[in-house]
Design a protein around this ligand. Structure first.
Ligand code: URA
Length: 242
């Protein structure tokens, strides 16, 4: 059952009058200070339309997902601290700029999170990337940590936790607990995903109020199998299998 009402808005460039813009479903609004939803621009809505479409083939799914992932990584990087950095230009002037201060790493929740690694590498040269494998325990039906490989100095780094679909937040909660147990402060974790559910967002806002969530879209809800709706189906299947 869906928890939220669908929010439809006219989308398009500002030179087009509102009644000539197409209506599209945009992200559900939430008011948690730690949740950052990408601007619902016509480009983003068009990219999401492509990857949600059941008729989009694997090559297009990968191409358009990668464009959204790139936007998410760029937005996430805007949350990292910078310090003043003045430089000289080739024409003999100075420029008062900034530079990133600190170390980062990516941590992908396998398997679907690995699809986001390239987008991070494209933005951050030779970035360290760790991995966490969490699967449902056959006996207890609870998420269980099967494997992790994380940079040994992860407690000194900002962590971009990568998982494309933020559904119930079961695996993500376990992944955050692993990161915290390795000494990563909650406020240095950014959980980056393409589509989130209101349920997942609410769980995280209560459980991890200092962790930031960066997402492209908060959907209507979850179905009885805990798929996000309207969603896009199984991200890993669509990205990795023909
Ligand atoms: N994981 C997916 O791939 N899709 C969903 O809808 C939920 C979790």
């Amino acid at each position: 059952e869906s928890l939220q009402t669908i929010h439809t808005e006219a989308v398009g460039p500002d030179y087009v009058s509102k009644n000539h813009k197409p209506e599209a479903t945009v992200s559900t609004a939430v008011s948690f200070p730690n949740v950052h939803v990408l601007a619902q621009t016509p480009q983003l809505i068009a990219l999401l339309t492509m990857i949600r479409d059941v008729n989009t083939d694997r090559a297009d799914f990968i191409f358009y997902s990668n464009r959204i992932i790139r936007l998410l990584v760029e937005e996430s990087l805007n949350h990292l601290p910078v310090i003043a950095h003045e430089i000289n230009t080739p024409v003999g002037r100075s420029y008062a700029g900034v530079m990133f201060q600190g170390k980062i790493c990516g941590v992908s929740i396998m398997r679907a999170g690995e699809a986001m690694e390239q987008g991070l590498r494209d933005c951050c040269r030779s970035v360290r990337i760790g991995k966490i494998l969490i699967q449902r325990d056959e006996e207890t039906c609870m998420p269980k940590l099967f494997y992790d490989k994380l940079p040994e100095d992860i407690s000194d780094r900002w962590v971009l936790l990568l998982d494309p679909m933020f559904a119930t937040g079961g695996s993500a909660t376990m992944a955050v607990d692993v990161l915290k147990s390795r000494g990563v402060p909650e406020d240095r974790i950014l959980f980056v995903n393409l589509i989130a559910s209101p349920e997942g967002i609410n769980v995280f806002a209560k459980k991890f109020p200092k962790l930031r969530v960066v997402t492209a879209f908060i959907d209507q809800g979850l179905d009885e199998k805990n798929y996000i709706v309207p969603g896009l189906g199984d991200f890993g299947d669509r990205f990795y299998t023909l």
